[in-house]
Design a protein around this ligand. Structure first.
Ligand code: PGA
Length: 243
């Protein structure tokens, strides 16, 4: 089964590194049937387009604003992203929710806006350590999914890539166990199937690396990974893509 391995570069890398990185990742993607994607800082979209358009690597960004245009200093619209043939847009990453105040309502608006522009949202959700410790994981996931998908129909929901990312596993080196990740990815699929009647792609994200990729990606409900730290070097990313 084809797996989806998508990098989230966050606020890392620079032009000179990426020129080489894109060439290498293009080569890696040539030799796999898996879906290989990379989400980059907006300022490198032009370079991503130059290097990756027409290749097997799908590219995108890490955020977008839900308004079309206007006085929103520092923000970027879906039309601007489309100028660079952007395909993937991460929405609702926990770092955006925690540090930049993205609310469930805004996440919902962004998902809708990205879909209406014909791009693919990668919808992130997941519980904090506190919430897991107090047994609230399932409730939080259900709430976040319902909020993010509010007002959408089956056809739209089926186009979304879901990314379950427990906050305590992101950038910490401590991944969820294979079973913990499987449980919530399965729950996510069940929730969407029950509400919308469709099957969706669900990724796991949070300290995925070459050493733990095989265990996680062998689970039936985990369709791939959203990979932060380990996507930054093509050698590591390759170890996950060819797990
Ligand atoms: P990580 O990040 O792989 O560095 O934990 C994943 C993410 O934030 O998407």
């Amino acid at each position: 089964m084809k797996k989806y391995l998508i990098g989230n570069m966050k606020m890392n890398q620079c032009y000179s590194v990426l020129e080489k990185y894109f060439d290498e990742i293009k080569e890696i993607a040539e030799h796999t049937d898996n879906f290989v994607g990379v989400c980059v800082p907006n300022v490198y979209l032009n370079l991503a387009k130059d290097k990756l358009a027409g290749s097997k690597v799908r590219y995108g960004v890490e955020n977008v604003y839900h308004q079309d245009k206007g006085a929103y200093t520092g923000e970027v619209s879906v039309d601007m992203l489309k100028d660079f043939d952007t395909e993937l847009v991460i929405v609702g990453h926990s770092e955006r929710r925690q540090m930049f105040g993205d609310t469930d309502k805004e996440v919902n608006k962004k998902v809708k806006k990205v879909l209406s522009a014909g791009m693919t949202p990668i919808l992130c959700y997941g519980e904090s350590l506190e919430e897991r410790k107090t047994g609230l994981t399932e409730e939080v996931v259900l709430y976040q999914l319902e909020a993010a998908l509010s007002g959408l129909d089956k056809d739209s929901v089926s186009k979304i890539i879901f990314a379950y990312e427990p906050i305590w596993a992101i950038g910490t080196g401590v991944s969820a166990t294979d079973d913990e990740a499987e449980e919530i990815c399965k729950l996510s699929k069940d929730i969407v199937r029950e509400r919308f009647g469709c099957e969706v792609v669900v990724l796991y994200g949070g300290s995925m690396k070459p050493a733990n990729a095989k265990g996680l990606l062998s689970k039936p409900s985990i369709d791939g990974g959203l990979i932060g730290g380990a996507c930054l070097k093509t050698e590591d990313f390759n170890g996950i893509i060819n797990y």
